[in-house]
Design a protein around this ligand. Structure first.
Ligand code: GAF
Length: 382
């Protein structure tokens, strides 16, 4: 793919490009906790977005997507969101300019093997690849954490999704054979070795993406903020669900709005669940970790209501299989993938059977990926 990308760039722009890779991500546990100042436990994976970039002598941005076989051209002075794949790249350029970084015109060709709309954060990977490439190209001297924030803001302003920091952080900071325990309040992080002796991480892609995803995501965020505001009326030090207990929710939120209570309760419990899951990981107790993943799914499905029929089907179908330690919907929800911990020797059989039954039950094709953890954003040398 890289050789083809390099070739395409040379063909289009008659220039030697710089290549940057930024990976997709998985998240072991800790969902919808990042924008509530909780913890997350993501890892970068061996599926990535690649960009080939080079400077231009004018002030224009010329883009080409190999996937979509489509070009996009705009003057730097005319940057605005678009409804296309280009928006993530333009959003990053816009953020850099708004923050006073000097960038000129550039060419960029994009390709990758992160499945789109599968909940593996292809958009964060595009943003991180772009910000890293532009930082190198224009010698901007921005550190990784700042790049993460720029990428996240690009998603807010150009894709309209008020995402937390997890996806961009994981793409930028990933480390092979490790998961990252990130405290989304202090932004302190710790790499934890991921040892799954005899087990594999397998993703089942439902191949659905419900159109409500981004609106519902933003609604969940508002519901959490509402819950915090009601608690804060009585406990002024409370700034996020990280500071809130179930008892506070029962006292101040439940009487006002049961739905907001249920949403907030899930988040408070998920933050706790993640902390105990980290202890499991440290002890090498992946059986216990797996059970927590099922519990997370239950909460995401019944309380936070970000699952869907197809994802519930995929989790329920493996739930009682002794070779599957844990399974749950991963990422924002409303489609995309489930993440599963499956005994190595059982993977093939389960994938085969599930593909057949999923097709019969939902009328949809099931894709599956066995993923490895990998390093974060970097330059690629051919
Ligand atoms: C999406 C968001 F982009 C993340 O910030 C996070 O909130 C996740 O959904 C849910 O955990 O991937």
């Amino acid at each position: 793919m890289l050789v083809a990308l390099d070739k395409k760039y040379k063909e289009l722009f008659n220039q030697v490009p710089m290549l940057v890779r930024s990976p997709g991500r998985i998240n072991i546990i800790g969902e919808h906790t990042d924008y509530n100042e909780g913890f997350v436990l993501p890892a970068a994976i061996d599926k990535a977005i690649y960009v080939a970039v080079g400077q231009r002598t004018d002030n224009e941005i010329h883009l080409y997507s190999v996937d979509f076989k489509e070009a996009y051209k705009v003057a730097i002075s005319d940057l605005q969101p678009t409804e296309t794949w280009a928006t993530y790249i333009l959003g990053v350029a816009d953020q850099l300019i708004k923050r006073g970084y000097k960038i000129g015109g550039f060419n960029l060709v994009i390709d990758g093997d992160v499945p789109l709309g599968a909940g593996l954060s292809s958009s964060a990977a595009v943003e991180c690849a772009t910000v890293f490439a532009l930082k190198e190209l224009f010698a901007l001297g921005i550190d990784r954490m700042e790049m993460v924030k720029i990428a996240q803001k690009a998603e807010h302003e150009y894709a309209g999704v008020m995402c937390g920091i997890m996806d961009q952080f994981a793409s930028m900071f990933g480390k092979k054979d490790h998961v990252i325990k990130l405290d989304c309040r202090s932004l302190e992080y710790e790499y934890m070795p991921l040892k799954l002796d005899g087990y594999k991480l397998v993703l089942f892609n439902s191949n659905v993406k419900h159109s409500l995803a981004s609106t519902e995501y933003n609604t969940r965020r508002q519901q959490c903020e509402q819950g915090v505001a009601w608690v804060k009326e009585h406990h002024p030090h409370v700034n996020s669900l990280r500071d809130v207990s179930i008892q506070m929710l029962q006292q101040y939120v439940l009487p006002k709005d049961e739905l907001v209570f249920t949403r907030c309760k899930f988040v408070v419990e998920e933050i706790q669940r993640l902390l105990t899951a980290c202890e499991d990981l440290q002890k090498g107790d992946i059986v216990s970790l797996g059970k927590k993943m099922f519990a997370t799914h239950e909460g995401l499905s019944k309380e936070y209501e970000v699952s869907c029929e197809e994802l519930d089907y995929l989790v329920n179908a493996v739930k009682h299989n002794p070779a599957v330690l844990g399974a749950r919907v991963m990422g924002g929800g409303f489609g995309g993938c489930t993440i599963n911990i499956i005994r190595e020797d059982a993977v093939e059989g389960i994938v085969e059977k599930l593909a057949i039954s999923y097709k019969a039950a939902m009328g949809l094709h099931l894709s599956s990926y066995s993923v490895q953890t990998d390093d974060g954003t970097s330059i690629v040398y051919l």
